[in-house]
Write a protein that binds this ligand. Structure first.
Ligand SMILES: [Zn+2]
Length: 564
């Protein structure tokens, strides 16, 4: 175990009265030598882990039961009462560490990332931002609650929106259209409410940035998210690459799809159905089957990955099936003290549920491979690399999809994942460019916001006709929960996807070597700067048009080798 004896073995970290004396004793501790500083960092790490685990457990309970008033109030109590205090004392401890004259005596390689991150956090911390951040989190909870309550009556049954997704894959065009309109009109009914939430978020976030002496929230967030190794200009290079390399491929695929379906123009409900009119892929009947076959897939990919996956199957690490009252989406959360991963998703029997399962398992592997690390800060990698861990598994999984499908189905699923890149990378550019604009133009009106959103959709979107659907198109951004809950967290997926594609090229050449590079880099957690994590996996850290061309050329070659 990595734990020190500072934190009692049993501690309910959801209660401030349990945490407070421990945090205070850390704050009052005399740091008279570098060894004392190091011990304080380790003890604090364990205490932070206890608080983090309490937060994770409350978040898990709430997202699994958005209709449970008790789960909601417990989570909100933590957010409103405990988190502000954690932020305040966390800042005092950060400042104490950053100000310590013994920091220079610590092992530089070992502590450079931690000290760099703490110094940035101290520099942007403002006590007057704490209530603003709390309100921001509360607003996101309202967003989740609003979306979690959305259901559609479809063919005589009340269905959640994740449950509705499968009807968008139906070969009967009128069924798809009805489903699409059902989902879209249901979302639209709350669009004013969601816009009001978002308006207030932009106000709050802009104020947070100004309080911390930044011109705008984008620049604040670059520092807050510890983006030391790339700039807004690098993000723009990514946007340009997506526009020049991926959008032409996307629109070519749209044309082929329209021709195969025999529809002109293509409409928004024509994008998810199989272009050949084959019935939707159905990889599993229930979540037991999903878990069993995913285990087989990982065992064939690599026995140690298979064993790690199996370790998730006992106990409370998985909540997979969709039901009413569950928050949308999927995530992997790590319980930082008991060192147990948790995977959340809304499985409804779709191929993309299988993708999500494999993806979130990649995150869980990352967590497990970092269990040896004593510092909590280093047990989590930066998102740009954390998503390499998960997306790589989706691509390494190609040869083993026969656990779920016959040969034609496996080829079809592989093809779909690669084709999706042509949609995904431009969508990432859309969301990222949108956020850059939103927060560098904080005084925009709703009409200007809509106009800019449409401009981005014209630049990066699919070639579909929105005729008669303009009002729906204007609010499609509202389904992207990241805009609400985790601002500026999105380009990371793009940076990581390009890393994962490079991993996949390695894997096609030499699977053993690729798995070795993958696990070696994951085991570093967040202990090294981002470019070094990429280097440890033998990946280039670059995401402009050149890298994108090299990778997407390979994707196109692979697509040509697969049957339609
Ligand atoms: Zn992920």
């Amino acid at each position: 175990m990595t734990q020190t004896n500072f934190v009692p073995a049993v501690l309910d970290g959801a209660r401030w009265e349990n945490l407070e004396p421990l945090y205070q004793s850390l704050r009052d501790r005399e740091l008279s030598c570098s060894g004392c500083l190091e011990q304080m960092l380790l003890d604090r790490s364990d205490l932070d882990a206890a608080a983090s685990e309490a937060h994770t457990n409350l978040y898990v309970q709430m997202t699994c039961h958005t209709d449970d008033a008790q789960a909601k109030s417990s989570y909100l109590r933590f957010v409103e009462e405990v988190e502000p205090k954690l932020r305040q004392i966390g800042f005092e401890l950060d400042r104490k560490v950053v100000a310590s004259p013994h920091g220079v005596d610590l092992d530089r390689d070992r502590y450079e990332v931690l000290l760099r991150d703490l110094a940035a956090d101290v520099a942007i911390f403002r006590p007057e931002n704490i209530p603003l951040q709390t309100e921001d989190t509360t607003l996101d909870q309202q967003y989740d609650e609003t979306c979690g309550a959305m259901t559609v009556d479809f063919d005589g049954e009340e269905r959640t929106l994740p449950q509705m997704a499968r009807f968008l894959e139906e070969t009967d065009r009128s069924t798809r259209e009805r489903a699409w309109r059902g989902i879209t009109e249901r979302r639209y009914r709350d669009h004013e409410k969601l816009s009001s939430i978002f308006d207030r978020m932009i106000e709050l976030r802009t104020q947070i940035a100004r309080n911390a002496d930044f011109d705008n929230y984008r620049d604040y967030m670059f520092k807050h998210r510890h983006r030391f190794d790339y700039t807004p200009a690098d993000c723009e290079a990514f946007h340009l690459g997506a526009e020049q390399v991926c959008v032409p491929l996307l629109r070519q695929l749209n044309r082929e799809r329209g021709a195969a379906l025999g529809v002109d123009p293509l409409r928004p409900w024509d994008l998810a159905v199989d272009a050949k009119g084959r019935p939707p892929l159905r990889p599993f009947e229930d979540t037991d089957e999903l878990v069993e076959k995913t285990s087989l897939l990982f065992h064939r990919m690599d026995p140690s990955l298979g064993r790690m996956f199996d370790s998730l199957r006992n106990g409370d690490s998985l909540d997979l099936e969709s039901r009413k009252g569950k928050a949308p989406g999927g995530y992997q959360a790590h319980r930082d003290r008991s060192l147990k991963p948790f995977i959340f998703m809304n499985a409804a029997g779709l191929h993309r549920d299988l993708d999500t399962m494999i993806h979130e398992a990649g995150h869980a592997f990352h967590s497990i491979l970092c269990h040896h690390e004593p510092l909590l800060h280093y047990r989590h990698a930066p998102i740009e690399f954390a998503e390499v861990a998960s997306m790589t598994m989706e691509l390494f999984g190609f040869p083993f999809l026969d656990e779920f499908y016959d040969e034609a189905g496996a080829a079809r699923a592989t093809r779909k994942r690669l084709e999706d890149l042509a949609t995904m990378l431009p969508w990432i550019a859309t969301i990222d460019a949108f956020q850059h604009w939103l927060y560098t133009h904080p005084d925009h009106s709703r009409a200007e916001r809509t106009a800019y959103w449409i401009e981005l959709d014209e630049r990066f979107g699919s070639a579909v006709s929105w005729e008669g659907l303009e009002r729906f198109r204007a609010v499609t951004w509202q389904r992207q929960g990241h805009l609400f809950g985790v601002p500026f967290y999105y380009i990371e997926y793009g940076i990581a996807q390009l890393g994962a594609l490079q991993m996949w090229l390695q894997y096609k050449k030499d699977p053993t070597e690729a798995i070795r590079n993958y696990t070696a880099a994951l085991a570093l957690g967040g202990s090294r700067p981002l470019p070094e994590l990429f280097a440890a996996a033998k990946l280039d850290f670059s995401f402009g048009p050149e890298t994108m061309t090299r990778l997407m050329d390979e994707v196109q070659r692979e697509l040509e080798s697969l049957p339609m």
